[in-house]
Design a protein around this ligand. Structure first.
Ligand SMILES: Cc1ncc(COP(=O)(O)O)c(C=O)c1O
Length: 383
C-alpha cells in the first residue's frame, strides 16, 4: 500500500515508503537518542519535586468498539503541574544546560512555543533561577500565554505562525547572547533539542514499568520530537520486534506526513490553523526526521472534528484531555474501522494499542468550549 488512503472519517493513511524495519539501531541513531541517555533523564527527572509517573489508563469500551485487545492511554494531563509531557523535555534541557555551565548565573534561555514547550522551559528556568524569554505566535491563545508568564517568564508575541516564532527567538538569541532551548533542531543546532527529546524517554520507561507492552503506538507529531523519542526507545530495546509506530498529525499541519510522501524532509506553509495547537508545526525537526524516516511505520492525518470527538468521549471517563493531547487516540479511532489499514498495520484482537495522551486541559477556556464542561468538573480537583 504505497499510496495515501483517504478514509470516510476524514483521516488519511500512509504506510511509510522509506520504512526499513531491519535497520539496526546503531551508532548513528544512538548519537541522537539512546537508552543510556533515557535512563539518565529518568534518574534526573524522577528526583524533581512532585515527580510521579502519570497514569496509564485502559480504555476498555474503546478497545471493544475498535476490535483490539487493549487501548492504553498515558495521561500526561497529570504531568507535574504543567499538564503536558513537555515538562519532561524543556525543563530537562534547561537543567542539562545549567549542569554543563556549572551555574545558572547570567543565563537567559529563550524558545518559541505554541504553549506547552514554552511553559516547560519557563518552569524549568524558574526551578533553577534562570531568566526565560518565550516567543509565541499570533494565534497562541491568551490562556496559554498567561500560563507561561505565570512561571515568571517574559512572553513576546510575534506575527505569523510557529515557524516564524522559531526564527524570531533565534534572531533575538543571536543579538542578545541568550541560549535557545528549542524542541526542534536545524542545521548546526542539535545538542539541546537532543536533550529535549531524550527527556521524553521517561514516558516510555514509565509505560513499560506500568506493564504497557504495546504492539502498536499511536503518537501525535508536531515537529516529530515526541514520536522520535518513543520510536527510538523501543527500536533500540527491541529492534525489528518493536511495536508498530504510527505518527498522527492534523491535516492542516502535516509536515511529517508530507515528508514521508515526498521521501525527504519537507515543510508545509500557511497559517497551520488547527485546534490541535501543539501540533501546528510546518517544519519537521531534522533530528527527529532522521529517526522517523527509516523507523516510523505509518503516518495518519486527521481533521479537527476527530480530536474534538475524542475529547468529548474521554470526558465521561473522568479524563480531561486537550486538543493536541487526544490526537494519537483520535488517529487510531479514525483508522480502526478500515480493513485495509488494519491489515497493513497488523491490528487485531490481540493488539495492545498505546496512545500518548500528551496534554490535559492546558487551556481551560478552549476545553470548556469544545466539551461543554469544565475540566475541573471532569477530573475533580486535580485538573
Ligand atoms: C500537547 C502536545 N502534544 C504533542 C506535541 C508534539 O510534540 P513534537 O513537537 O515533539 O512532535 C506537542 C508539541 O508541542 C504538544 O504540545
Amino acid at each position: 500500500m504505497s499510496d495515501a488512503l483517504r478514509l470516510p472519517t476524514g483521516a488519511t493513511f500512509l504506510v511509510n515508503p522509506a520504512l526499513d524495519r531491519d535497520l539496526a539501531y546503531g551508532p548513528e541513531q544512538r548519537e541522537i537518542l539512546s537508552l543510556d541517555g533515557g535512563a539518565a533523564a529518568y534518574r534526573a527527572i524522577s528526583r524533581w519535586d512532585g515527580y510521579q509517573p502519570t497514569p496509564l489508563i485502559a480504555l476498555e469500551a474503546m478497545a471493544r468498539s475498535t476490535g483490539v485487545g487493549a487501548v492504553l492511554y498515558k495521561h500526561e494531563g497529570r504531568r507535574f503541574s504543567l499538564k503536558s509531557f513537555k515538562a519532561l523535555g524543556g525543563a530537562y534541557a534547561v537543567q542539562r544546560l545549567v549542569e554543563q555551565r556549572g551555574s545558572a548565573a547570567g543565563l537567559t534561555v529563550t524558545c518559541a512555543t505554541d504553549g506547552n514547550h514554552g511553559r516547560a522551559v519557563a518552569w524549568g528556568a524558574k526551578r533553577l533561577g534562570v531568566t526565560a524569554i518565550i516567543y509565541v505566535h499570533e494565534t497562541v491563545s491568551e490562556g496559554r500565554a498567561e500560563a507561561i508568564a505565570a512561571f515568571g517568564a517574559e512572553v513576546r508575541r510575534v506575527p505569523g505562525n510557529y515557524d516564524d516564532a522559531v526564527r524570531a527567538s533565534a534572531e533575538a538569541a543571536a543579538a542578545n547572547g541568550w541560549t535557545i532551548v528549542s524542541d526542534t533542531s536545524w542545521p548546526g543546532y542539535d545538542l539541546i533539542p537532543r536533550d529535549v527529546m531524550q527527556g521524553y524517554a521517561v514516558l516510555a520507561l514509565e509505560a513499560e514499568s506500568q506493564g504497557a507492552t504495546p504492539t502498536h503506538i499511536f503518537v501525535q507529531g508536531g515537529v516529530g520530537g515526541l514520536a522520535a523519542g518513543m520510536l527510538s526507545y523501543y527500536w533500540e530495546l527491541k529492534g525489528a520486534q518493536r511495536p508498530v509506530v504510527v505518527v498522527v498529525e492534523p491535516v492542516q499541519a502535516d509536515c511529517l506526513f508530507q515528508s514521508a510522501l515526498a521521501g525527504r524532509w519537507t515543510t508545509v506553509g500557511g497559517d497551520l490553523d488547527t485546534i490541535m495547537a501543539g501540533l501546528a508545526c510546518g517544519e519537521p525537526s531534522e533530528l527527529a526526521w532522521k529517526l522517523l524516516s527509516p523507523g516510523a511505520d505509518a503516518f495518519v492525518t486527521i481533521p479537527d472534528e476527530r480530536a474534538a470527538d475524542a475529547m468529548r468521549d474521554l470526558a465521561p471517563l473522568g479524563i480531561a484531555a486537550g486538543e493536541s493531547g487526544v490526537a494519537g487516540l483520535a488517529g487510531f479511532r479514525a483508522i480502526a474501522g478500515d480493513a485495509r489499514v488494519r491489515a497493513a498495520l497488523g491490528l487485531g484482537p490481540h493488539s495492545r494499542v498505546l496512545c500518548i495522551g500528551t496534554e490535559g486541559a492546558t487551556d481551560p477556556e478552549i476545553y470548556r468550549e469544545i466539551v461543554g464542561r469544565d475540566a475541573s468538573e471532569v477530573e475533580g480537583s486535580t485538573a
